[in-house]
Write a protein that binds this ligand. Structure first.
Ligand code: PCD
Ligand code: CU1
Length: 806
């Protein structure tokens, strides 16, 4: 078929634009082993760095003797805090306004903390030398419980700030206290709770876990002493922010720093923050004049890089007798570990946890979060969690279930009664957010119908009868979850990280022959940006997606952006992409009008061309226009066809979803099996349905892992009990259910293409669905709340405590 004979629909389809299930262009490389990850980077003369780490969770470092290590052939240097101190680099600022030791400065605060950095000719020699470094420790009392940490006689963890009464987020009330963050109306909420017909109260714990990406964190630092230019390849989810931070703390001019994120083997938030390994590699490269590589092993990754969750959430929810929610109260004790290294926007020390009113129209609410230091690893926002939204979703979706029990009501019905109605959007929540759009009732009814909810409840009732009659030992749980997320930080006016406003960017160049390159401030870690952003451009510019290269991650070429996490790429950089494309189209319109010898207003856009209004035979395709931009002298116009957009979103986007999990539970063994999982996602306009489904499958599997077994657990000595993949649960195909995905489409009214984020959603809403299924199975026997993860042992214990074992 030629261009002339194709209908506009056929022309549009041939572009593989928005809505197309376009195959991921990245996978050609990935499936053939042609990815280029940090560890694939090999430079001439490159050295390897490895850490000596603390075996203790809390100890004074009396002395470090590196003589034997230095004497080992092949060892080039051993760095300690003493070496970094003269450079002012023994401590580094964290994204949360705290500071963190780069190498142990007099003491250690968690097991696995970095004590010394050994640099050697190869990785094996570095590992041997690590064993030869002699460190003398004096053990100190360990605190792993945040409630214990706040007792008056609790050991002082952070001696460096013990007398400091003010922290980065206001007053500190105890030597192990970090901040108090209050939102909402305390007085009004407490009054409602006092006067309510029904109040349900519960402590909900979201345990500590870890994103554990396939590829661990690492970097290669290379200081060119001749040009003075520092290049760092690394697993960075925010390369530009890393460049600025490196410049600020090292004093190296920003133009002399080049940060490159090559292919990344999964980020999941683990690669947002800055780690001592980056600083030590840079210093080692400057000191030795040679490139230095540092790549964590799996145990180091699990023990010392950004953990997730560890939130103790005390909730009280009030309602009328007939189930209308009247108020929500929440107090969180947030365990941040030894340093506050959360990657939240500066003004939000507990991230966007104040989305905890969820999908419900709750008239008043009050939230208070206390951050606490303990002898555990720092971090705290990672793992498919835009800024504590996972915790918030789990909290409200558990509180709804507990309230349903208190009211003796069906939990699906309780949700239905309290959902924010379609006509209430844009909706202002009691804790300060403005939800952009939603249609919860439609999604909910669709979900309930798809699984035959009434039928499932009948089956469950029958199962309970059979169980009581001794005919079966298996119970049936129906886990419900409906959650509203908040993704796409900005706006710049209230969101920044270390003072850098959270906008994002896209720069497009159309080549003379009509193909193009687009560069963005974000960075894919597996999400498929090279595929999807080209689709946005294909629809906006009428250029086939296959003719567009999407490039990210090199700060020397990409426009400044804040990176990829918090499902912000589509809401922010995706919007920048559409806006930059529209600038190009505006110029293209002028070029077309000139070529067609008509006024600018007399041409109109038609898929991939401008046509003369009322005369569709006369047109100029985007390809022709591109060539003209470089080949004709057009009066009043500069040559070329390029545009850049820095987009500051007016609001965040609020995707939502309805998930239902049906689970079989063996009361005697605690074994569980997911019989059915239905996931309805509404992320507004869908760019690539196949990628969205992949995102949902991946996110749900991570949710399954978290809810059903994954945990970073400590003993009372502060030893990490789950530091290997033998103990840290990673679901395989065996445990992973066959998900049924579905969707509704409620576009974001403020986003240029109406898209909302989707990458995090399945984890945020999946965990409550799995966990609620476990709880629901035992509801008839009196279970109200049981802490995750729901591994076989803990489920067995629930049954035991409820007296279900003979
Ligand atoms: N509507 C719509 C939306 C979206 N999409 C698509 O999907 C994806 C995603 O997106 P988003 O949501 O926007 O997101 P982003 O930003 O891109 O990304 C981020 C996310 O993403 C997720 N997913 C994933 N995947 C993979 N493969 N890998 C990874 O790593 C990951 N990670 C995870 C996480 S965790 Mo954070 O960091 O925690 O905060 S956050 C996160 C991309 O591709 C896009 O384009 C579409 O299509 N449509
Ligand atoms: Cu997140």
């Amino acid at each position: 078929m030629t261009d002339q004979t194709m209908t506009p629909e056929e022309r549009a389809a041939s572009l593989e634009g928005m809505g197309c299930r376009r195959k991921r262009v990245e996978d050609v490389r990935f499936t053939q082993g042609k990815g280029n990850y940090v560890d694939d980077i090999k430079l001439p003369g490159m050295l390897f760095g490895a850490f000596v780490r603390s075996p203790y969770a809390h100890a004074r470092v009396k002395s470090i003797n590196a003589d034997a290590a230095k004497a080992l052939p092949g060892v080039v240097a051993v760095l300690t805090a003493e070496d970094l101190a003269p450079l002012g680099l023994h401590w580094m600022p964290t994204l949360a306004g705290d500071k963190q030791m780069v190498l142990a400065d007099g003491k250690v605060l968690f097991q696995g903390q970095e004590v010394a950095f050994v640099v050697a000719e190869d990785r094996y020699t570095a590992a041997d030398a690590v064993e030869l470094v002699e460190v003398e420790y004096e053990e100190l009392p360990v605190v792993t419980d945040p409630f214990r940490a706040l007792e008056p006689d609790a050991p002082v963890l952070r001696e460096d700030i013990k007398d400091q009464k003010e922290g980065a987020h206001g007053p500190r009330k105890h030597h192990n206290h970090i901040f108090t963050w209050e939102q909402g109306d305390r007085e009004a909420t407490e009054k409602v709770l006092e006067e309510a017909d029904v109040v349900a109260e519960e402590m909900i714990y979201y345990h500590r876990t870890h994103p554990c990406p396939l590829e661990t964190c690492g970097c290669v630092a290379s200081m060119d002493k001749v040009t003075g230019k520092l290049t760092v390849w690394g697993t960075f989810q925010a390369p530009h922010a890393i460049r600025t931070v490196v410049s600020l703390i090292s004093g190296i001019a920003e133009h002399n720093i080049r940060i490159i994120s090559p292919d990344i083997g999964g980020g999941f938030g683990n690669k947002v923050g800055a780690y001592p390994g980056y600083v030590c590699s840079v210093v080692a490269s400057i000191v030795t004049g040679r490139p230095v590589k540092w790549v964590e092993n799996r145990m180091e990754n699990l023990m010392s890089t950004a953990f997730a969750r560890d939130y103790w959430m005390k909730g009280r929810i009030a309602a009328t007798k007939d189930g209308r929610i009247t108020g929500l109260w929440c107090h969180v004790t947030a365990d941040h570990g030894g340093f506050d290294a959360c990657a939240d926007p500066t003004k939000f020390p507990a991230g966007f946890f104040n989305i905890c009113t969820g999908s419900y129209d709750i008239p008043v609410a009050y939230l208070c979060v206390d951050g606490v230091y303990t002898n555990k690893a720092p971090g705290g926002v990672a793992y498919r969690c835009s800024f504590r939204v996972t915790e918030a979703a789990y909290f409200i979706e558990r509180m709804i279930e507990v309230l349903a029990i208190e009211l003796g009501m069906d939990a699906a019905e309780l949700r239905r009664i309290n959902f924010i109605r379609k006509d209430q959007f844009p909706y202002k929540s009691a804790l300060g957010w403005e939800y952009d759009s939603g249609d919860y009732h439609t999604a909910w009814e669709k979900a309930l119908k798809a699984v035959d909810y009434e039928g499932l409840r009948r089956e469950q009732a029958q199962r309970i009868e059979e169980f009581k009659a001794g005919k079966t030992r298996k119970l049936l749980g129906i886990g419900l979850s409906h959650f509203t997320e908040i993704v796409g930080a900005g706006p710049v006016k209230n969101c920044d990280i270390l003072g850098l406003g959270m906008f994002d960017s896209c720069e497009i160049r159309i080549h003379p022959t009509g193909s193009a390159i687009a560069r963005l401030g974000t960075i894919s870690q597996g999400q498929g940006h090279a595929t999807t952003f080209a689709q946005i451009l294909a629809s906006e510019l009428g250029i086939p997606a296959s003719d567009i290269t999407v490039e990210e991650g090199d700060t020397d070429t990409a426009p400044y952006g804040l990176g990829t996490y918090g499902s912000r790429s589509t809401p922010v950089a995706g919007a920048a992409t559409a806006m930059a494309a529209r600038k190009i189209r505006a110029k293209a319109q002028m070029i077309a009008a000139y070529l067609l010898e008509v006024h600018d207003d007399d041409v109109e856009w038609d898929v991939d061309r401008f046509v003369v209004k009322g005369n569709p035979e006369r047109f100029k395709t985007m390809k022709e226009i591109a060539f003209a931009a470089y080949n004709q002298a057009i009066p009043g116009l500069e040559p070329g066809l390029e545009a850049v957009s820095y987009y500051d979103p007016p609001n965040m986007t609020y995707p939502f979803r309805a998930y239902i999990c049906v689970m079989e539970i063996d009361v005697d063994t605690g074994e569980w099996q997911v019989r059915q999982f239905y996931a309805l996602d509404d992320c507004g306009t869908r760019i690539n349905p196949m990628i969205i489904e992949g995102q949902v499958h991946g996110g749900l599997t991570e949710a399954l892992a978290i809810a059903m077994g994954q945990e970073i657990a400590y003993d009372e000595m502060g030893n990490v009990k789950t530091g290997t993949l033998m103990d840290f649960f990673i679901p395989t195909a065996w445990e992973t259910p066959n998900y049924i995905t579905d969707h509704t489409v409620t576009p974001s009214p403020h986003h240029p293409i109406g898209a909302k984020g989707v990458g995090e959603s399945p984890n945020v809403g999946g965990v409550p669905a799995f966990s609620n299924a476990v709880h629901d199975a035992f509801r008839a026997f009196g279970l109200r709340q049981a802490h995750m993860p729901h591994d076989h042992w803990r489920i067995w214990q629930i049954a035991e405590n409820l007296g279900l074992h003979a």
